[in-house]
Design a protein around this ligand. Structure first.
Ligand code: ADP
Length: 479
């Protein structure tokens, strides 16, 4: 029941009481047995009671209307969420209530304004944080290294495509799941967990770790960082996996290269040194022996110089500092020149040097000296690795349809086994069983490959069968 209703009921009760009193007083005043004076008393009493009832009615009306107005104003404030002041007639008795009520409402309004401001501020901050989070996520996602972010419960909260591919999970199915259940790589799981439990003492470390990717072992530098909150608590771990396989290979190749070069240089140098010492000690007593010693020294010096030339040429091409002089070159002419140079060698080994060369009509745009070097290396290898009495056939051809000039050299030599074939273009690679057959550096074919493919954009190919012979060929675009 509302206050207004209660007040109404109370007033009706009082008015009824006043009216009854007035009625009783009037009756009493009218009774005939009363004295004059008594009758007057009752009349006054009836008048007073009636007046009191009237005043009460007026008072009740005023209170009722004011309470109703207060109630309506409060209802409106609640409905519209607008907390103002309760307004009533000035000097009204209920002002004793509305005064404190308004003070209370003013306080509430102040608090609400304050809270609204704070809420607006929080909304702005939350939007900024959201945008920053999205930025950070975009950065992580665009990194090519694999990135994994976990929280303090070792649950996955972010990962990029690199991590998905490498570690074999899908972020959308793995969010908020423990890394134990997502990652098969136990070592990585252990590293992340150790970093998290190490907390402050373990803020960042780099560990080398091998992971199989598409059945190939890949070496990664795993950088593990512990993410700390402003209060110094562990919030999670960020693991970045950087593939260093190629860098490691290059470092290993450099080391191998240096050790191979030193080894290869030492062999002819030791030989030269030994023969010179023998000459100095007078060990070559007759002219014939001395001549033999001189010849050996000359051929070893020649080998040394060839070796150094090859190394320099290869490293110049590899580092891109080689000077290439391009001019129209006739392949047949170059091959003829090489055959002239090699003819004595073929004769010495009783090898038939057959040629089938196209007429001098087509030209290729190339560095003449380099092409000469490539043809010489391939043809002299054919002679070197063909036993006495064999045949080496050399040809040039034009593939009109594809616009290519083709050089080919086929021998009836020792051939190359399928196991060795993929490696013969590697630096310093020599087929073990061939080393007694001919001297070499293992650099000739590397240089040919670089000259034909790296410098001239052509194609070098080989087919071979152990014990039966080999065919090396290359093609270059004609002008
Ligand atoms: P090398 O100085 O040893 O000849 P190359 O780089 O020219 O170095 O050749 C690498 C290896 O490939 C050689 O050691 C040899 O074992 C093999 N090889 C090259 N050409 C032939 C060929 N025509 N027949 C058989 N083996 C060959």
């Amino acid at each position: 029941m509302t206050i207004a209703k209660r007040l109404g009921l109370a007033s009706v009760a009082l008015i009824s009481l006043g009216a009854s009193a007035a009625y009783y007083a009037t009756i009493m005043a009218m009774r005939g047995y009363q004295t004059q004076a008594r009758r007057l008393d009752y009349l006054v009493l009836a008048l007073v009671a009636a007046l009191a009832s009237l005043l009460l009615v007026l008072f009740w009306r005023s209170v009722h209307q004011t309470v109703k107005s207060i109630s309506q104003q409060l209802d409106r404030m609640v409905k519209e969420h607008q907390y103002g002041l309760v307004m009533i007639e000035e000097g009204h008795e209920l002002a004793q209530i509305t005064g404190p009520l308004n003070r209370f409402l003013t306080l509430v309004r102040g608090d609400i304004n304050h809270l609204q401001e704070e809420s607006r501020e929080l909304q702005i901050q939350s939007r900024i944080a959201d945008a920053e989070k999205k930025n950070a996520e975009a950065i992580i996602i665009s990194i090519t290294d694999a990135v994994v972010v976990t929280n303090r419960f070792d649950e996955l909260i972010l990962a990029n495509q690199g991590a998905e591919d490498l570690l074999g999970f899908k972020l959308e199915h793995s969010l908020r799941k423990n890394i134990d259940h997502i990652m098969q790589d136990g070592t990585l799981v252990r590293l992340i967990r150790e970093t998290r439990s190490g907390g402050r003492s373990f803020t960042r470390k780099v560990v080398e770790h091998t992971i199989d990717q598409k059945a190939q072992p890949k070496i990664f530098n795993v950088t593990l960082s512990c993410v700390m909150t402003a209060q110094g608590e562990v919030a999670g771990v960020v693991a970045v996996l950087h593939d260093v396989t190629r860098e490691k290979e290059i470092a290993q190749m450099k080391t191998d290269f240096v050790s191979n070069v030193s080894h290869e240089l030492r062999t002819p140098l030791s030989s030269i040194k030994a023969y010179v010492e023998m000459l100095v000690d007078g060990e070559a007593q007759d002219e014939k022996t001395r001549r033999e010693f001189y010849d050996t020294i000359a051929s070893e010096a020649e080998r040394l110089s060839r070796l150094i030339d090859n190394i320099l040429n290869i490293s110049r091409i590899e580092s891109g500092v080689v000077r290439v002089v391009r001019e129209p070159v006739n392949l047949t002419e170059v091959v003829k020149h090489v055959l002239d140079v090699l003819a004595p060698q073929a004769k010495a080994k009783n090898i038939r040097l057959a040629d089938r060369l196209v007429p001098v009509t087509h030209q290729v745009e190339a560095d003449k000296d380099m092409i000469y070097q490539a043809v010489l290396n391939l043809a002299s290898n054919a002679l070197k690795y063909t036993p006495d009495g064999g045949t080496v056939s050399v040809s040039t051809d034009i593939d009109e349809r594809r616009g290519l000039a083709v050089f080919e050299v086929t021998d009836t030599g020792v051939g190359i086994s399928p196991a060795d074939l993929p490696h013969i273009f590697d630096k310093f690679y020599r087929v073990q069983s061939h080393t007694k057959m001919a001297k070499g550096t293992g650099l000739g074919l590397t240089l040919v490959k670089h000259i034909i493919e790296t410098v001239h954009g052509g194609k070098l190919a080989v087919t071979s069968e152990a014990g039966r012979g080999s065919t090396f060929s290359f093609e270059l675009p004609v002008l």
